[in-house]
Design a protein around this ligand. Structure first.
Ligand code: ATP
Length: 220
């Protein structure tokens, strides 16, 4: 995989966690924060980290912001600074701009500015945790659209030893198991005679309703 170059503005918990994971994945990260302590802490981990005010155009220009593949604006509380830093990255020509929003209104402003991706970390994580709390088998999910989801479901004891043909989620609920993650490795597009075991994870695709019904059947 080609290493991409990221610029992260705001090195609080959100920005620093994104940056550290990008580094772990082999990418290059420049971190910018006006707080010297935060910059010092991350300068050993990030490719570069500098103390600067990201609302100053000259600062971002001199860093060469336009050469980055992606810019992440991870400033939250200071909405004005978040908006200014975002517009500067866009105007300097950063290819993709992602920004954190702390409220619906902040998010609407960023949307109108044409930000490529808006993230509401607390709201989105809250929704995710709520789904996982009410569905003990649900490990993770991705919403493909308003209607369709891919979900990772833990195989419960009651399905252990059953083949996909026995479980038959497509016939019973309309959703399909597209992969089974087993401790030994992942089976992509499993066959009808593949057998589930308790430690396995099923990757299921379908409408929200179909997946909910399948999940429900696992807890009976
Ligand atoms: P998090 O929830 O990510 O921990 P936080 O609540 O600590 O964030 P925020 O107000 O969201 O704080 O700001 C995140 C970071 O952005 C802080 O480290 C702050 O110093 C930095 N920051 C805020 N304004 C600017 C700016 N104009 N230029 C550079 N850095 C900034």
């Amino acid at each position: 995989m080609k290493a991409n170059q990221f610029i992260i503005i705001g090195l609080g918990r959100f920005g620093s966690s994104i940056g550290q994971e990008l580094i772990r994945l082999g990418h290059e990260v420049l971190g910018v924060d006006r707080d010297e302590e935060k910059v010092q802490e991350l300068s050993k981990i990030f490719t570069h980290a500098i103390v600067a005010d990201a609302t100053e155009e000259e600062v971002l220009r001199s860093i060469g912001a336009r050469n980055f593949d992606c810019g992440v604006v991870a400033i939250g509380d200071d909405v004005e600074a978040s908006i200014l830093a975002t517009i500067l990255l866009q105007e300097l020509g950063v290819k993709k701009v992602v920004a954190k929003a702390v409220s619906e209104l902040h998010g609407r402003v960023l949307e109108r500015m044409g930000v490529d991706r808006i993230i509401y970390p607390e709201r989105d994580m809250g929704i995710r945790v709520a789904h996982q709390l009410v569905s003990p088998n649900l490990l993770d999910y991705i919403e493909l659209s308003k209607q369709y989801t891919i979900a990772e479901l833990a195989v419960p004891q009651c399905l252990s030893g059953q083949s996909l043909e026995d479980v038959n989620p497509r016939g019973r609920f309309g959703c399909s198991i597209v992969a089974i993650n087993k401790p030994k490795g992942i089976i992509i597009a499993p066959a009808a005679n593949d057998v589930l075991a308790e430690k396995d994870v099923m990757v299921v695709i379908g409408t929200n309703e179909q997946i909910e019904q399948f999940q429900h059947s696992l807890n009976k």
